[in-house]
Design a protein around this ligand. Structure first.
Ligand code: PLP
Length: 435
């Protein structure tokens, strides 16, 4: 019989890849913070796969809830009401700020953003959407056009109504800023000018990741999101916060937006809502936008909207995260282990230019030169990643960065073990960096 690997190489077409140039790792088992490969090697999962297993792998309560739901009712069409969907919607709406009662369920994050934008366009009667260059919002047609990162380019026909601008990111400032205050003020000025130059009456929404994730995990400086909110209010623009990666405990709070005291008009989610045990995403809708569709049909839907297996997993996930203090654990890991631990690594390794993050959401910006901040070459980054894997740790990497994004359930010991492995692996990066 052919192996999983052989069949994969013959028949599976992978995301974002030149198909003949990849060597996917075969994962055969997972539990808690660990995954096992086909040779039975164990890895500490610092990637949470694609930053989604916030509750860890194979959490018994979530697995049991899916099994129980499968026995009771595997599936039902979206036009009917269903216990698990109703419970999940109530729990998720309860995590949002006051004034959000309704949830529209999708299959993942990209379609959540597609629908949020569709709602904003119909609500405002406008078409354009402003998003950041340093962003990822999903792989479907509108979502990839809204995305800033270069994966947009081959998909971009410049007809999707997406207009990009630079958000704040002090370490790699586009605004020659040297303090968070300067970065905030200048980034808001740039956004205000972009709105003016595009025509405020043409803009339906501003879509932002509350904390940009794939683009490098950088918190907005104090006051930035409040400033964006103010610009939206001034011009009748809908503010959509994408919480697909940053939400559900990742940032050490239930939603990342809890950290900034800002209330958007729409919130998109996926990933951590049920740790991807069954695909699920959605839009949390503020009351005025929900009212737009009270007597006017919403022109959009999905066969599997609010799928019972996925929503049963969400209900169990949210209860378990609450009961087991998992969000608090992520917050503590960030404050007590990753924050101080990574600051210490940054001092000792010339290839570490910057470390930043919160909760279980950290980036290490690797550089060839700390003064110029020139990024470490991909081959050198590859050596660091290979070193981590060889020592039994699976990081997430992108461009010149390592992201430490473990399950929010990770223990302090596991977190420290991962940092020790990274410490050793960074020596391969130091060789390529100016001391
Ligand atoms: N938005 C953000 C912030 C993401 O990080 C992602 C995926 O990584 C998406 C949207 C797209 O989600 P999905 O891959 O579930 O469509």
């Amino acid at each position: 019989m052919s192996s999983a690997y052989e069949l994969d190489r013959k028949h599976v077409f992978h995301s974002w890849s030149a198909q003949a140039e990849i060597t996917p790792m075969v994962i055969t088992a997972a539990r808690g913070s660990y995954v096992w490969d086909a040779d039975d090697r164990r890895y500490l999962d610092f990637s949470s796969q694609l930053v989604f297993t916030n509750i860890g792998h194979q959490h018994p309560r979530v697995v049991a809830a899916i099994k129980e739901q499968a026995d009771r009712l595997c599936t039902i069409a979206p036009q009917h009401a269903n216990e698990q969907r109703s419970q999940a919607a109530a729990l998720i709406a309860g995590l949002a700020p006051d004034g959000f009662e309704k949830v529209f369920f999708t299959n993942g994050g990209a379609d959540a953003n597609e629908h949020a934008v569709r709602m904003a366009r119909l609500h405002t009667g406008r078409f354009k959407v402003l998003t950041a260059y340093r962003s990822y919002h999903g792989g479907t047609q509108t979502a990839i056009n809204l995305t800033g990162d270069p994966r947009r380019w081959p998909n971009d026909t410049a007809t999707a109504g997406a207009v990009h601008f630079f958000g704040p990111f002090l370490y790699r400032s586009e605004f020659h800023a040297t303090t968070p205050e300067e970065e905030c003020e200048r980034a808001l000025h740039h956004l205000a000018r972009t709105i003016e130059a595009e025509g405020p009456d043409t803009i339906a929404a501003i879509l932002l990741e509350t904390i940009p994730g794939t683009a490098g995990i950088f918190e907005p400086p104090p006051g930035y999101l409040a400033g964006v909110r103010e610009l939206c209010d001034r011009h009748g623009i809908v503010l959509i916060l994408d919480e697909v990666m940053a939400g559900f405990g990742r940032a050490g709070t239930w939603l990342a937006l809890d950290r900034y005291g800002v209330t958007p008009d729409l919130i998109t989610f996926a990933k951590g809502v049920n740790s991807g045990y069954v695909p699920l995403g959605g839009v949390i809708i503020s009351d005025p936008i929900a009212d737009t569709f009270a007597h006017r049909p919403y022109p959009g839907g999905l066969t599997y909207s609010g799928h019972p297996l996925a929503t049963a997993a969400a209900v169990a996930t949210i209860h378990t995260m609450r009961d087991e203090g998992i969000v608090e654990n992520a917050e503590r890991l960030g404050r007590e282990v990753f924050g101080p631990g990574l600051a210490e690594l940054a001092q000792r390794h010339p290839c570490v230019g910057d470390v930043r993050g919160v909760g279980a959401f950290w980036a290490i910006d690797l550089v060839a030169d700390r003064t110029t901040r020139a990024m470490l070459e991909p081959t050198a980054l590859g050596e660091v990643v290979a070193g981590c894997k060889a020592a039994g740790m699976l990081p997430f990497s992108n461009t010149n960065r390592i992201h430490l994004v473990p399950p929010c359930t990770m223990s302090e010991e596991e977190a420290r073990e991962g940092l020790a492995i990274l410490d050793d692996a960074l020596k391969a990066g130091d060789v390529h960096a100016r001391a």
